[in-house]
Design a binder for this molecule. Structure first.
Ligand code: ZN
Length: 159
């Protein structure tokens, strides 16, 4: 069957930057509910619409169609003395953004006694290339449609 609204689609994916450097690849296939439920980027769903199992496709997304542009107001410099000992580049912590809401920040840089925190998604501001291989297409169940996500072996698991 073809991928259409309320299809449960199983696929393998590989995510690269536009220079071809692989950033992430699926270890196991994943299943998502197709049809604008916000499970995949809109442009990726558009590329998959009408495709069938066995189909392979590669597409490039501009940053604004993927994880968004970088927001430099999410970069904050904080004195090292305010951190527990052992703060490291690449570490993550939850902190309050300027809007007062909690969000995840990663330690981007440590220079002398200053620590630069970045609240942007690590892939924000990057154009990305998706290589997708569809392995299975089936109609979604009523439960899946009600929940807005796919269930089953490679889908969402409820605890
Ligand atoms: Zn569910």
């Amino acid at each position: 069957m073809k991928i259409e609204k309320n299809s449960a689609v199983t696929l393998h994916y590989k995510l690269s930057d536009v220079a071809g450097k692989v950033l992430e690849r699926s270890e196991e296939p994943m299943t998502y509910l197709h049809g604008g439920y916000g499970n995949l980027f809109v442009k990726v769903e558009q590329a998959l619409e009408g495709k069938t199992a066995g189909c392979q496709t590669t597409l490039e997304l501009a940053a604004q169609d993927a994880f968004g542009e970088r927001d430099e107001s999410l970069v904050q410099v904080i004195p090292k003395s305010e951190f527990p000992p052992g703060v490291k580049v690449g570490g993550q912590l939850q902190a309050q953004g300027r809007d007062g809401r909690a969000r995840m920040f990663s330690v981007a840089k440590i220079k002398g006694q200053s620590v630069m925190l970045d609240g942007n998604h690590p892939l924000a501001g990057k154009a990305l290339r998706f290589s997708l291989t569809v392995t299975e297409v089936r109609p979604a169940t009523d439960d899946e449609i009600a929940h807005g996500h796919a269930h089953g072996a490679h889908g969402h698991h409820h605890s």
